[in-house]
Each structure stands twice: as C-alpha cells, then as structure tokens.
Write a protein that binds this ligand. Sequence first.
Ligand SMILES: C[S@@+](CC[C@H](N)C(=O)[O-])C[C@H]1O[C@@H](n2cnc3c(N)ncnc32)[C@H](O)[C@@H]1O
Length: 216
Amino acid sequence: MHHSSLPHLERHHRDFEAFRDTMIETAVGRFGPIWWGVWDQLVRPVAAPTLVDLGTGPGMLLPQLRARHPDARIVGVEVQPAMLGHARPLAAGCGAEIVEADVGAGPVPLPDGVADVVTAVHVLHELEHPPSLVAEMRRLLAPGGVAVLYDWVKRPLAEYLDGAPLTPDTLQHFREHCLFTPEDLEFLLRREGFAIRETIGRRGGRYAIVVAERGA
Ligand SMILES: C[S@@+](CC[C@H](N)C(=O)[O-])C[C@H]1O[C@@H](n2cnc3c(N)ncnc32)[C@H](O)[C@@H]1O
C-alpha cells in the first residue's frame, strides 16, 4: 500500500528492519513501572474502554494493555511495513486490532469520538507536521477521553550528542527530537481543547509524558 509519509519515515528510521528491532529491544524501558504508575494514577480508563495506540510500531504496548484491560477494545495504528509485520501477529495473539494507516495523511479509518484513551509514544517527532497528530488524537477521543503524549523534548545539543559526532544526519535527528519543550507539548494539546492533567519528565529530561483530558 502506498503511504505518503513513508519516504519521510525512511529518512528518520534509516533502516526499517533495524529500527523495528531497536523498538522491540527498548520497549521495556518505555513501558515499565513509571509508565504504568502514570497509567494507574492519571489515565484511569473506564471499564471496557476503547484504547487506540497511534504509531504502535512493533505493537509492544498492545499485550500489556490487554493484560490490564481484559474487556477493552484495543487498536494499534501503524504505517511502516517492518513494524506492521511484527505488530500484526502480536495483536492477533492478544485480541487487539491493527489498522494500517498514515496518521500524517488525514484522518485514520476510525470514527470520531471512538476512543476513551489515545496514546502516542515517540511518534509526534516523526511526523512532518507534528500538530496534525494532536488534532487526530482529539478527533478520535470521546469528550472526557484521555490523551497520553510521550515524546522527546528539547535539550542542549552537547547533551543530545553525548559524544557522538556532529554529522548532517545527527543534526537532522537533533532537529526532529529536540524541537519541542514540555511546555510546547502542553501548548499543542491546549490549542486542541485539552486540559493538562500532568506532565512527567523522563530520563533526565530527554522525554516528557503529558497526560491531558479532551474537553467537551
Ligand atoms: C519510535 S517508534 C515508537 C513505536 C511505539 N509507539 C513504541 O513506543 O514502541 C514510532 C512509530 O510511529 C510510526 N509512525 C511515524 N509516523 C507515522 C505515520 N505518519 N502514520 C502512522 N505511524 C507512524 C513509525 O512507523 C514507528 O513505528
């Protein structure tokens, strides 16, 4: 299937299979005790919720959501073929759905207001126009539903490089990874009508998790 965001993603991921493997190996760090503490204290979905994970990648979050929410409808949305190849069997094994769609190319094929929680983990910075992801989170959420936006945030170049050489490629990744401050993430959510519940810094300021509630 042709998706207009794939050439942009290929530049960012460099190698689709290798990046998929990195996302599999590092998932334990993203979806560990801090993530689930935030989930339990700040997200608190209703009974039998619909949970949508935008940019689900290899789908590592999906079985963990199922373990906590046996009656949920769980949907992962993804566009990159190597990620889809891993996410599809994982989703099938835990009763989750995979929707192949390009979040950067307009509404994904799910109805307005379908979701109680929409997560987007390390996805925002990968879009050519990141604010469109936040608009899509709002469209998918029911009033009172919760967005969990977890992404890289701005920090000094020297810290970002941490000794790595300053090449055109690392500089381009710096532009994408370090575009927004945590306050900018909050601003992007507020301008879509969200109320911020809390913002949590991660890994010494590399990342932030913003939990926000969609207004009516
Ligand atoms: C850094 S990975 C994170 C994957 C997963 N959320 C996780 O934390 O394990 C970002 C994912 O977002 C997906 N993505 C980026 N842009 C997308 C788009 N326009 N439409 C759908 N998925 C997208 C990428 O293909 C990739 O799988």
